[in-house]
Design a protein around this ligand. Structure first.
Ligand code: CAA
Length: 282
């Protein structure tokens, strides 16, 4: 029975996950590396819940109750008593393995360790723990409170009962579940990343302006955002990490980050989060 959930990382994804889990009635312990990062992450949760109240998605009493269920910490050891952990740290295998290896020694033996990775191998992460059968992918989409999908990723060693437990848990969060095998990008990013990279190539080739590329896709295909706006929203750094990981695995040029993407990442133009990407943000 899941009552308390640990969330590791309170960035864009971790804060959204902590919010959604608390709004579904679970107690949440969320861990960040420093007090400053934690404060920023909890501030993001407050802002998002304020928006949900303004939009009539949440009443004030439910907001206050959800907020009271979230406890922040900078000590991973504070996750000792949780019934489920969801990690949402930076998209790098060495970091993921270090966190899961440490959690494996902190939380009780049967507890599921879920990763919000968008492209890295669950099987490889699981091998860094003594409970590979309890390690699973639980991939949320940005903005987490709004996007209704969760991808469950079954690693080579993931137990079927763990997939079933995550299916039930995601359902309680109000999410629709799809299940994928542990292959780079799973379902959504397998299709999304080549599309986003192609949009950058179209811009690089001078086929059209950034505005016209985005307008073409929003109005011509009915997408809520054009690809360059979506890249700024997801983060160019995150997209670059995902594309690199997929390219390393498949050695297929479709996944190779275009030079412009790499240059923008090196320049610190990471999209909305840094104030500049394909567009400028105030
Ligand atoms: N809590 C609950 N609901 C909220 C909310 C919150 N904090 N904030 C907004 N909402 C609701 C709004 O009430 C609104 O609902 P209704 O349509 O029922 O009124 C809805 O969410 C849309 O919100 P807004 O009107 O504020 O914003 P918008 O219409 O401009 O849409 C958007 C914003 C939802 C981000 C939309 O542009 C969109 O869907 N963009 C695409 C996002 C996307 O593709 N995300 C996936 C990225 S890939 C990823 O995450 C995975 C990866 O691994 C890279």
């Amino acid at each position: 029975m899941i009552r308390r959930v640990g969330v590791v990382g309170c960035g864009l994804m971790g804060s959204g996950i902590a919010e959604v889990v608390a709004r579904a009635g679970y107690d949440v312990v969320v861990r960040e590396l420093s007090a400053e990062l934690l404060e920023r992450g909890l501030g993001r949760i407050d802002a998002s819940m304020r928006r949900a109240v303004e939009r009539g998605k949440l009443d004030e009493a439910a907001r206050d109750a959800a907020r009271a269920r979230i406890r922040g910490t900078t000590a991973l050891e504070d996750l000792a008593g949780v019934d489920l952990v969801i990690e949402a740290v930076i998209e790098r295998m060495d970091e993921k393995k270090a966190v899961l290896g440490a959690l494996d020694r902190i939380v009780a033996p049967g507890v599921v360790l879920a990763s919000n990775t968008s492209s890295l191998s669950i099987t490889e992460m699981a091998a860094a723990t003594r409970r590979p059968d309890r390690v699973v992918g639980l991939h949320f989409f940005n903005p987490v409170p709004v996007m209704p999908l969760v991808e469950i990723v079954r690693g080579l060693a993931t137990a079927e009962e763990v997939v079933a437990a995550m299916r039930e848990f995601a359902g309680r969060l109000g999410k629709t579940v799809v299940v994928a095998r542990d292959t780079p990008g799973f379902i959504v990013n397998r299709l999304l990343i080549p599309y986003l990279l192609d949009a950058i190539r179209v811009l690089e080739l001078g086929v059209a302006s950034r505005e016209d590329i985005d307008t073409a896709i929003t109005l011509g295909l009915g997408h809520p955002m054009g690809p360059l706006t979506l890249l700024d929203f997801v983060g160019l750094d995150t997209t670059y990490y995902i594309a690199e990981a997929m390219f390393q695995e498949f050695k297929d040029s479709r996944y190779a980050p275009p030079p412009l993407l790499k240059q923008m990442v090196l320049a610190g133009w990471w999209g909305r989060k840094s104030g500049r990407g394909f567009y400028e943000y105030g």
